[in-house]
Structures are given as structure tokens and as C-alpha cells.
Design a protein. Sequence first.
Length: 313
Amino acid sequence: MPVSLSLRNPVVLAVLGLVATTLFWGGNAVVARATSEWFPPFTLSFLRWVLALLIILPFAWGQIRAYRNTIRRHWRILWVLAALSVGLFNTLLYLAAQFTTATNITLVNSTMPVVIGLMALLFFGQRPRSHELLGIVLAFLGVLAIVSQGDREVLLNLELNPGDLVMLLAVCCWGLYSLLLKRYGPDIPAVPMLAVMVAMGIPVIVPFLVWELIMVGPVQGTVMEMLPPLIYVGIFPSLLAYLFWNNGVHVLGPARTALFIYLVPVFGSALAILFLGERLEPYHGVGAAAILAGLYVATRGLPGRRPVEEEHP
């Protein structure tokens, strides 16, 4: 069957959306790094989602009212999805960053496709295909090339600490979110569903925010310093990325969608080179090539006849 690369093809749109998502998340890491000295991470996370809710609510309110009965019936699964994604994933990632290195965080985050694959196998009996496993291996080797900076001594000298366990918990939260979204997500349009999840997820962040305000104190930057990064993280890695990710899970399934996580260090490195003055090194090219090859191998044949059904046992 001929492959259609039309922008009307839902698979093509899902792939483009996931590439954009990883670009936005790479930018999120650069923003967090650039503002870390004066913008405490939990405060940034809380304000980011409050801003996202204020932006999306006017567009979603009419559909929220139209689907209010469905939302009431499914409030438990919606709360679980909101707590795992909006509430816990980034909050735990920020918490992990207080105790471990960026290299360790990137490496642990790169286990997400494996974690989702194991969860899918254990909970739903879904087994990855051989080309998907090969793609995971290739892409993971690409991540290793980037985070190790082409020096195996960097990997050999890694030291695990409690922050790595916190990061692994964050990965498990996101993996479980993706699987539950695919399997049990209610039939609600994307925009009102995201608005409801953001509203339900913000209270989960509040205890972390209170702890930070007590231990660290409020934001040190001025309003003019705060607004640009806040606007970016409130729109791109929050609203748009979540909409695109959720669509990817719906169209491609959670296991294949998770593979796009491997693009985050590629875009993060590229943006750091552009905006933070970091240098382009040969290992960036080697790692990016391996990651792209892994994605191609793992998603081979996706624009076929039944992209969604393949994920079910």
C-alpha cells in the first residue's frame, strides 16, 4: 500500500506534533537552566500551569459545560491522569534536579520507552516487535553519545543517588499516564480534556510549592525577567506539547509515542548551542544520527492501514 505523506494523514500529523513536542520540551530544559538562579523550579511549574489554565479555559469552557456529565462520570480517571502528568511528572523531575546531575536525569528519562514497554507487557500483555526493540537500542545509544559527550569515562564515573530514584519515579508516572490515557481516557475532545486535567493537576503541585517557599523563598527576578520564560513554558511545553502528546498516544499508541522522547536531548543540545553559547561537537552529530535512525526503524510502516489497532494485543 503506498505511503501517504499528506498533512491530512493522521499519522503524519501525529509524528510532526511529537517532533514539535520534543522541541518544546528541549526548550523547556534550556529555559529552566537559564533561569535557575532566580526562578525556583516548583514556583515555575506552578505558575506555568496556572498561566496555561488561564489561556485554555476560555476556549474550553463551552465544551466543558457540554461534556459535564461525561466529566462527572469519569472524574476519577481524569484526576489520576492529571495527577500523574500535570501534577507529578515535572514536579518530580524538578525535585530530582536538586539531588542529581543533568546527565543522570537525561539518562534516566531515556529509559521511558523501555519502562512503557515493560508496563504495557505486564499490565496489558502487549509485546514490542523486533524492529521496535532495535529502534529503542539505536536511539538509546544516540542518547548515550550525547550525554557522555563522546567520552565513555563520563558514563563509567556516573554515581547513582536518591535523585535518580526520584527521576525514575517521574518516568514511571509519565509512562503510566500514557498507558492509562490510551486504555481508559474518556471520549472528550482534546482541548476541554486538557483544561480539566490542568485544573485537577495544579493542586497536586501546591505542597511542593509551599515547601519551596518556606525553604528557598520567592522568585528573585523582576516582572520583566519573569514574563518571557513564563509565557514560553505556559504555552509551548505545557498546552501545545500535551495536546500533541495526547494525540500521538491516540494515533500511534503509547509505546511508539514514547520513542520520540529520545529527540529531547537532541533539541536541548541544539537550543543550548544557539542560546546559551554551548559548542557544537562531533558527538552531537553522531548521537542525533543514531536517534533519528532508531526512530525510523522503530516506527517503520506506521503510515499503513491500521496505525492505532497495532498497539492492542
